[in-house]
Design a binder for this molecule. Structure first.
Ligand code: XMP
Length: 310
């Protein structure tokens, strides 16, 4: 892989010369590794745009900023939470949520790109399965930027240094480039983020509740399990149930937890988390988050259920 990195660095330098490159950075593994490779090859010539749509996990946007603002990436964070939330207010249909978020993402990205003037290259973290699975090359795979960038954005050409690699090789390149292990090994996270993990209408309060529950679940699994599931997360359902807090009757939302193991995310099985660990998670969620009445664990395989609830 060291040879691969050296060859890519040489190739990027030759292609780009002294010109500028724009990178749509999601903070996911692929675009992060792509960013690190570009930073090694052409420091100072990259403009990495990270759009914080407000549907990131607890502290995630700050973590991404902390990591990438230290690299030579002219890191630009766009805080767009308010306009994204406004866009999905009142929307309950999952596909409509995705479409609205995708369209808003493109608008924000275009606005930011325009501010930088003419930039000839767009770099992306496209990896081999993105190309192989889709049959044709997508300009940006949905999980990099939510909706895919429009074809008519004004770039001379694309730079996709990871397009011959599978995910494990991408992780290896990330390690060799010195990216933090927790960034390189992170689980997949859907482009529309927590917006597809709040069932029903999305509100700021619901997002806060889900962020806390999800953080507790991840924290406990990460400290208790030697081998982590392929994906593990919390969902805020739109079901309310009766509970008791002290002597008070409550009627609050139900949180669902999901942990799956898979090689390719096309099929997956639920992971058998030890009962004591689940009990710890449930106890922490119900004690630490007043707005949750009950916690359930989803053991449905894919198929018949998808990984995400929406
Ligand atoms: P499903 O729910 O389809 O998920 O079984 C399979 C994998 O894809 C991720 N996923 C998404 N990724 N945008 C994305 O970038 C999306 O809209 C989206 N929906 C699902 C999911 O997290 C899992 O890893």
């Amino acid at each position: 892989m060291t040879d691969f990195i050296n060859a890519q660095v040489a190739q990027i330098r030759e292609t780009v010369g002294d010109r500028k490159v724009l990178l749509a950075l999601s903070g996911g593994v692929d675009s992060s590794v792509c960013a690190a490779l570009l930073a090694k090859a052409i420091p100072g010539q990259i403009y990495a745009i990270f759009v914080d749509h407000g549907f990131m996990r607890l502290n995630e946007a700050d973590e991404i900023e902390n990591i990438f603002s230290k690299h030579d990436l002219n890191f630009i964070r766009v805080n767009a939470a308010a306009r994204f939330l406004k866009g999905v207010t009142g929307i309950t249909d999952p596909e409509q949520k995705r479409k609205i978020i995708g369209a808003e993402f493109i608008r924000v990205f275009e606005e930011e790109a325009k501010k930088l003037g003419k930039v000839p290259f767009l770099a992306q973290g496209t990896i081999y399965p993105d190309i192989a699975e889709s049959g044709e090359k997508h300009l940006v795979k949905s999980h990099h930027n939510v909706g895919g960038l429009p074809e008519n954005l004004d770039f001379e050409s694309l730079i996709e240094p990871l397009s011959t690699l599978y995910k494990p090789q991408v992780r290896e390149v990330g390690h060799l480039l010195g990216l933090p292990a927790d960034l390189v090994n992170r689980q997949p996270f859907p482009g529309p983020g927590l917006a597809v993990r709040v069932i029903g209408e999305i509100t700021a309060e619901k997002l806060d509740t889900l962020r806390l529950a999800d953080a507790i679940f991840r924290q406990v699994l990460e400290s208790e399990l030697s081998e982590l599931p392929s994906q593990y997360f919390a969902v805020l359902t739109d079901t309310h149930s009766v509970g008791i807090k002290g002597t008070t009757r409550t009627f609050d939302p139900v949180i669902a937890l999901r942990a799956v193991k898979t090689a390719d995310f096309m099929r997956c099985e639920s992971v058998r988390i030890p009962y004591e660990i689940l009990e710890t998670v449930v106890s922490r969620i119900t004690n630490e988050i007043p707005a949750v009445s009950r916690v359930v664990f989803d053991i449905t395989p894919k198929p018949s259920a998808t990984v995400e609830w929406l």
